[in-house]
Write a protein that binds this ligand. Sequence first.
Ligand code: ATP
Length: 216
Amino acid sequence: MHVIYGGTFDPIHHGHLRLALELSDRLGVPRIHLVPCHIPPHRGETGASSAQRLRLLELAIAGESQLAIDSRELDRAGASYTADTLRQLRREVGEDEPLVMVVGTDAFAGFDRWRDWQQIPGLAHIVVVRRPGPPLDPSGKPARLLAERAAEDVSALYGKPGGLILELDPPLLDISATGIRERIGEGRSPRYLIPDPVWDEIRRMGLYGACPDDNF
Ligand code: ATP
């Protein structure tokens, strides 16, 4: 089973990293592939460039065999669409291998605005991670899709290459990249929310308003 977990990772933080390890354990896969997006079609400008976000990801996962980076969306010119990534991956892993895309409920709530969203269940399973915040609108298309395609448990995902949606409720750390960018911009320390090497590199590169000589 090949599992991808996409995001802007602007910057990567311990909330993302812990979730990825929890998923690796719960889904029973040796590795989770983190897929940073290039120009997020729904999000506007990022705080750091693609190359900078990739550098921070590399530092964050260094030495961790359960995590890998798949930078294909950064290498693609223009906007990155998950459906394109899944089509490419489907060709690579073959027709029978289960392919899984992980999203938070916040991201899944807008699933019906994603490019070619109706083709995505034909390409992969979706694991929806419950995050705090408003529940899915029960009359909306994402909630209806989830009800139609709900998987009972993890083992169901192994029985088919794609098409099922599994809701998971792993323990989550209350950390957001927005909060980290704000904190740094206000001159407050983000330590213990992000790995130390990531914070060192943010200062060195002067990202999000940090100064190389900040000493907190
Ligand atoms: P931002 O604050 O800039 O919106 P973010 O911290 O939510 O960023 P993203 O890169 O947008 O991070 O998130 C990528 C994926 O990770 C999304 O599916 C999101 O739901 C999930 N995610 C973000 N933060 C956490 C967290 N603390 N715990 C678990 N999942 C998270």
